[in-house]
Design a protein around this ligand. Structure first.
Ligand code: HEM
Length: 394
């Protein structure tokens, strides 16, 4: 059965209440060791009903790595790979070297490392479990705004690796990749960073406060809108889905806009991210508010007016990162957003919003989607002895 609209709408009242207080990630699963002296020693629990790295407050650095299974891979190969990743991640996230770690010294600073694993649509074909593939796990439809480069699209398996230190991320990527190199090839690697003081909303490379309207972990809304409850597919209880869009920013032409033009494009001020109908970042936008000439304070063409949900079920967790890579010859920049969203049902929650933005969004003049991928995020590993994805295979 598909996730019904009624179920998504179920907690609408609770949803409204969450808005004004801000996102409030909470630090539930973080273990502070000698925090005053060295936050590089902090760890995030690996075991649990859900994978870490989704309800976890995003740390400063991330790498998203997509892999393809080598032709002829069988179910046993995939299970073997997932057991290796489980063992490696359970150690590295706790500040211990992986087995046969060639740089064990680099494991000593976990820096809140999380390793999150996802499965792409084709993985289900490779392991002959197509009947277990969620109906929403398929490449996104093409949009008129897209200029997709195949080099940033798709993938059979995903690793999302996040930590407060870039060296920790690099080491984890290297260990997890090379331990399964006989089974997979790397399809793409996307690295990103954020820059917010703890408890504040990050800024993207256009200068905007980005991530204000979001779903707070640990709330009824988060449980309802992000985590699957297994009602349609028992193996997926505690899992979710991820949409990954690589969106390039044209910062050269964005430079031509002054602060007012930028505010009208987004619907919020650049200075502190307050909606143009209010004065503070977490004021709830009033899309009906007009100025003394009767003109809407938040332009209907602005990004937040277009992205705003038309009903409670059109919501998802945004947990993106900035990217800033080397420009191609003749260009000045190669920057943008690694847009990552998590939701129970891509079709019901994400797609209507993306369609609306593709139809029209003032921001589209300066942004171009160049990569696109979707993954199902299986549940977590409840305790030692289990492995990532076990619920699907047994
Ligand atoms: C809000 C930037 C792409 C969905 C915002 C805000 C900014 C922003 C500055 C206002 C602050 C906030 O609430 O976070 C961007 C940039 C993008 C981008 C720079 C591309 C480079 C997308 C995409 C989607 C999306 C692809 C979904 C398909 C949303 C939603 C909101 C939002 C749902 C909250 C709207 C509300 O107020 O209800 N974005 N965004 N954004 N964005 Fe984006």
């Amino acid at each position: 059965a598909r996730l019904s609209r009624r179920r998504l709408l179920g907690g609408a009242a609770a949803a409204g209440a969450a808005g004004a207080a801000g996102i409030g990630w909470g630090a539930a699963a973080v273990t502070h060791r000698d925090h005053d002296r060295d936050p590089g020693l902090d760890t995030v629990a690996f075991y649990g009903a859900k994978q870490a790295g989704i309800a976890t407050e995003p740390p400063l650095h991330a790498a998203f790595v997509a892999f393809d299974l080598k032709p002829g891979s069988r179910r046993e190969d995939v299970i073997g790979l997932l057991k290796i990743w489980t063992d490696d991640a359970s150690r590295l996230t706790q500040g211990k070297p992986a087995l046969a770690d060639t740089e064990p010294e680099l494991a000593a600073r976990p820096a809140r490392l999380t390793v999150t694993v996802g499965f792409g649509p084709e993985l289900f074909t490779a392991v002959a479990l197509e009947d277990q593939r969620p109906h929403w796990l398929k490449p996104l439809p093409p949009f008129g705004i897209d200029k997709l480069d195949a080099a940033w699209c798709g993938g059979d398996l995903l690793l999302q690796i996040c930590a407060e230190e870039a060296t920790t991320v690099s080491h984890a990527v290297r260990v997890l990749s090379k331990h399964v190199k006989s089974l997979v090839t790397v399809r793409w690697v996307q690295r990103g960073f954020r820059n917010a003081a703890r408890g504040q909303t990050m800024r993207n490379l256009m200068g905007s406060v980005d991530g204000t309207v979001n779903i707070a972990p640990g709330t009824v809304d988060f449980d309802r809108l992000v985590w699957d409850d297994g009602s349609s597919r028992p193996w997926l209880a505690g899992g979710t889905s991820m949409v990954m869009r690589r969106i390039a920013m044209n910062l050269e032409t964005w430079d031509e806009l002054d602060a007012e033009g930028r505010a009208l494009t987004i619907g919020r001020t650049v200075e502190d991210g307050a909606p143009l109908s209010g004065t503070r970042e977490f004021d709830v936008p009033d899309f009906a508010a007009v100025d003394r000439y009767g003109i809407p304070k938040i332009p209907p063409s602005s990004h937040i007016a277009r992205a705003h949900r038309t009903h409670d079920g059109e919501r998802f967790l945004r947990r993106g990162y900035n990217y800033d890579d080397a420009p191609a010859p003749g260009h000045m920049s190669n920057s943008g957003l690694l847009f990552a969203s998590f939701q129970r049902d891509i079709d019901a929650q994400f797609l209507p919003v993306q369609r609306r933005l593709a139809d029209f969004d003032a921001l589209n003049q300066w942004t171009t989607p160049v990569g696109s991928a979707v993954f199902v995020i299986p549940p977590g590993v409840p305790g030692p002895g289990g492995y990532l994805g076990q619920q699907l295979f047994e």
